[in-house]
Ligand binder design. Structure first.
Ligand SMILES: [Mn+2]
Length: 294
């Protein structure tokens, strides 16, 4: 990732890039298992400094790529266990994981590991979907349910959860009811159209305070014109500039981990979706606690 050193474990690191090549939790088009390798390939052009914000992450933090988590594509609960145990090990020494997904199922076991260390976390969740479904075809674990599972297990500080970019048709006439009942703030895509998101992020920063928080970025939060390489695209989404406003707006927060999920490269022959993913992960790295600004 980003031509960084590769090492087998998170030992001695401040930040680790981790791939989770799982896509058997998808409900529509599969392919996110190839996200990590394509994001890594496109990340080769990411350079040392953030010329826009002045952030110098590689001068500030010890960062490496620790490879992929071994998952079992034939068994989602077993994959969740493997992910949770891997992340428990990663965060044990204080290392912050930056994850290359993988479908959104993976955020559930990642947050199990993070909440075990930090307690319930705040969440900035960018997505076309709230991912708070209860079950699909009788199964509780899939990429549409991670945040309901997290609520049930007390992994989220529900008064500090913001979901941005939500849109699309639904099975339910009031699709955000569950989220509202938990105390989540839902920001539909319509509230973002043709606007700067800097004012929103000022409010989000005040809401998050200085307690631990996590960023989960589903690439389908962006418009499929920019990010067609994903499994469940929805029209009229966010722009890449708005994605930068959201991530840069998290600067100063107590970020304990981030993920970029749902890149399915084969639906975008240009490679742009994975390129976008690589750059959004760089932007996440740039806003982590301890990153110096030149
Ligand atoms: Mn999602």
């Amino acid at each position: 990732m980003m031509r960084l050193p590769v090492q087998a474990s998170a030992e001695g690191l401040d930040v680790a890039f981790v791939g989770v090549p799982l896509d058997t939790g998808t409900s529509n088009r599969p392919g996110a298992r190839f996200g990590p390798r394509q994001i890594r390939a496109e990340s080769a052009m990411v350079r040392r400094y953030n010329g826009s914000t002045g952030a110098a992450p590689f001068d500030s933090l010890r960062v490496a790529d620790i490879g992929d988590v071994n998952v079992n594509l034939y068994n989602l609960p077993e994959s969740c266990r493997l992910i949770r145990e891997s992340y428990q090990e990663i965060v044990a020494s204080g290392c912050v994981p930056l994850t290359l997904g993988g479908d959104h199922t993976i955020t559930y076991p990642i947050l199990q590991a993070l909440a075990a260390k930090h307690g319930p976390v705040g969440l900035v969740h960018v997505d076309a979907h709230t991912d708070t479904g209860d079950s699909a075809l009788g199964e509780k674990i899939y990429h549409g349910s991670p945040f309901r599972r997290c609520v049930e297990e007390g992994l989220l500080d529900c008064g500090r959860v913001v979901q941005i970019g939500i849109r699309g048709s639904s099975y339910d006439p009031d699709p955000h009811q569950y989220c509202r009942e938990q105390g989540f703030r839902v920001v539909p895509a319509e509230e973002c159209w043709m606007k700067s998101l800097e004012p929103l992020m000022r409010e989000v920063r005040a809401q998050m305070g200085d307690k631990p928080m996590y960023i989960s970025f589903d690439i389908d939060g962006l418009d499929p014109a920019y990010a067609p390489g994903t499994g469940t695209p929805e029209i009229a989404g966010l722009t890449p500039a708005q994605a930068l406003e959201i991530i840069r707006g998290c600067k100063g927060l107590n970020i304990v981990g981030c993920d970029l999920v749902e890149v399915a490269p084969m639906y975008d022959v240009s490679g742009n979706t994975a390129l976008l993913g690589a750059n959004l992960l760089f932007e996440m790295l740039c806003v982590l606690p301890g990153v110096k600004t030149l």
